[in-house]
Design a protein around this ligand. Sequence first.
Ligand code: HEC
Length: 379
Amino acid sequence: MEKKLYSINAIYHTPNDIIRAAKAVRDAGYTKFDVHTPYPVHGLDGAMGLKETKLGFVTLAAGILGAVGMISFASWVAVVDYPQVIGGKPYWSWPAFVPVTYEIAVLLAVLGTVGAMIAFFFKFPNTSHPLHDTPYMKKVSSDKFGVTIQAEDPQFDEKKVRDLLKTTGGEVEEVHYTEEFLTFKPNTFEPKFLLLLAGIALATSAGGYLYFNKVLYLPPFDWMVEQPRFDVQSTTDLFDDGLTMRLPVEGTIARGFMPYPYTLGAKADSVGKLLVNPVVKTAASLDLGKRKYLTYCSPCHGNFGSGDSRMNGQFPNPPTLHSDKVRTWPDGAIFHTITVGQNVMPGYQYQLSREERWAVVNYIRTLQRAYNAKESDLQ
Ligand code: HEC
């Protein structure tokens, strides 16, 4: 069987020769040709008439994909998956995403570019090329310069190509496909290939593990998880009081918490004038007030606020909430009493939220109205 021709090549000895030859081949109208030199020769791409590569678009697309993907991922983590208040900043604090977005954009751009080169230029999983291991390749990768015109060029004619290359002063030779190359069928699932992949994976992970654990993290470097740290509820000699757990800095206010400025010493009557009831009496809010009243107040004040305690003398009986005093109190005065307490009655600001305390106030108003119903209430 006659061997199939891959290309006709010519070997030259100087960079000037190869530039002249490349120009001649291009001017003759060949498109499927290539030039090989042992080192980069300036002006060669111009002489060959190479167009600017489109690889940049792949880089751009991969970079944009990386940036958009990373911003979305970081936003999702910071806002939806694991919202954390850090330094009092909002959840979606975008300046924090800039470094990682930049890194991932560059990473994906690079990987995309290399991937595209492997896929499109090297036609992966094809791993060989007809020029591999030829005498031609040996020459042009040491000290010679070569042009190769492929047989699949549309205007390829063996005699014309030979003549053209000869006129440019090259030593003409030809390259045939090898039997092996023609019969090669890339098979990604070939056991040898998979075994090689597994070997590479094993070697890199073992190498990485040893490097990080034995070389890079020798003292004084250390893994973060193994750093000395204080456990909660433990003691230390770092602080004067011997406690590892610290109180927040004085004046710290928790998010969503409204500090209450008045203390037990403040008179309910005067504080009451300063506070405005913000809770509108709706069915839902009154129902909330009722539930909280029955849970937290009724044991002492009775189910309807008349002071019929269920404590059987274990706690001083409170006065009725239907007295003229409490009825004419502003809402704020009751709120103040619930919040900080009054004499023996404890405050309930830790059991009941602000909104719940106002709801209880509204519910007490409802009880008072029921106890002192007027003619007009019946209509
Ligand atoms: C452990 C029993 C107890 C519980 C529970 C309790 N109180 Fe009191 N409350 C008292 C006592 C006792 C007094 C009277 C305190 C005093 O000597 O001034 C009082 C006083 C009051 C006063 C002032 C009455 C006045 O005439 O001065 C109001 C208003 C009040 N309580 C509302 C509430 C509300 C609302 C709740 C539920 C959030 C509640 N209390 C829960 C025992 C209790």
